[in-house]
Design a protein. Structure first.
Length: 282
């Protein structure tokens, strides 16, 4: 089975933050397998998928429940496409079904969304790529989402996001204050991801004019060097992994970090947000 997940960056904007880690693994396992397959109807053996995502084989009923839950959530999963004054809600799949009796999953990507998985222009850089097994080992749903965005910005080693967008992209409850985000979101993220992204740090962007108000976050890490990917070559002896190695126990909080945010920091964040949206459209 394929081991490299690759898609256009629009996938990262889909609202799946409230999914469980197991549901995310199942969804991205499917996305990995349908890559470069066009809009063909594909059938997968659920036993093979269970082994692929390293699901506990002693809990078959829980596995069945996970697959059924994903089908239910897929029905609500749409991509909102904006083109000038035209707004469209597009489904990712034409068909996504689970047969518990035959233990098969049948999938067909919708024609409107085929370009996201099957028509990638590798030269544009407007795509996200990572090793599926690396993603699947992450336990926190917040880690999984941040991981995907850091992989999106893997060539720059820099992701700057407003507080509003951060909460939206990760489906963080609106009631969460900065301290809640520190303990329940950033803590698990910075426990799992520094072993993958070397030198990973997260800095808080604050306003100098609004009583030190939190405006957003800035993630920095050692950018990935440009190299040719070899599909389906994960973890074999003697081969170099695509993801750079990293330190296992870095300190995520940097007390000596100097906030470079200017008095116009809010406008800067809005500019960054717009640039990100523009890149996704191209």
């Amino acid at each position: 089975m394929k081991e490299v997940t690759r898609y256009k960056n629009e996938i990262n904007t889909l609202s799946i933050g409230k999914w469980t880690a197991e549901e995310m693994n199942f969804l991205f396992a499917i996305l990995t397998q349908v890559r470069d397959e066009g809009c063909k109807t594909l059938t997968f053996d659920t036993y093979d998928l269970r082994e692929y995502v390293k699901f506990d084989r002693t809990q078959p009923q829980r596995w069945n429940n996970t697959m059924k839950s994903v089908v239910s959530k897929i029905a609500q999963l749409v991509y909102l496409h904006e083109d000038e004054n035209i707004f469209r809600a597009l489904p990712l799949f034409r068909e996504f079904s689970v047969d518990s009796n035959k233990q098969v999953v049948t999938v067909r990507v919708s024609e409107e969304m085929e370009y996201i998985l099957n028509k990638l222009n590798i030269d544009t850089g407007n795509w996200t790529q990572f090793e599926f097994f690396e993603f699947a080992t992450l336990k926190s749903v917040y880690s999984k989402t941040v991981y995907r965005f850091l992989k999106q910005y893997r060539k720059t080693g820099f992701w700057k996001v407003s507080l509003e967008d951060f909460k939206s992209l990760l489906s963080i409850p609106e009631s969460y204050q900065a301290s809640n985000i520190d303990n329940r979101v950033l803590k698990p993220v910075m426990k799992e991801l520094p072993s993958i992204f070397k030198g990973l740090k997260v800095h808080k962007i604050k306003s100098r004019r609004r009583g030190n108000q939190l405006l957003g976050y800035e993630f920095t890490f050692q950018k990935e060097t440009t190299q040719k990917w070899i599909d389906d070559k994960f973890g074999n002896a003697g081969e170099t992994k695509n993801a750079p190695p990293g330190s296992k126990t870095p300190e995520w909080y940097d007390p000596d970090y100097k906030n470079e945010t200017t008095p116009e920091s809010q406008k800067e964040l809005e500019r960054i947000k717009q640039e990100s949206l523009d890149r996704m459209k191209n």
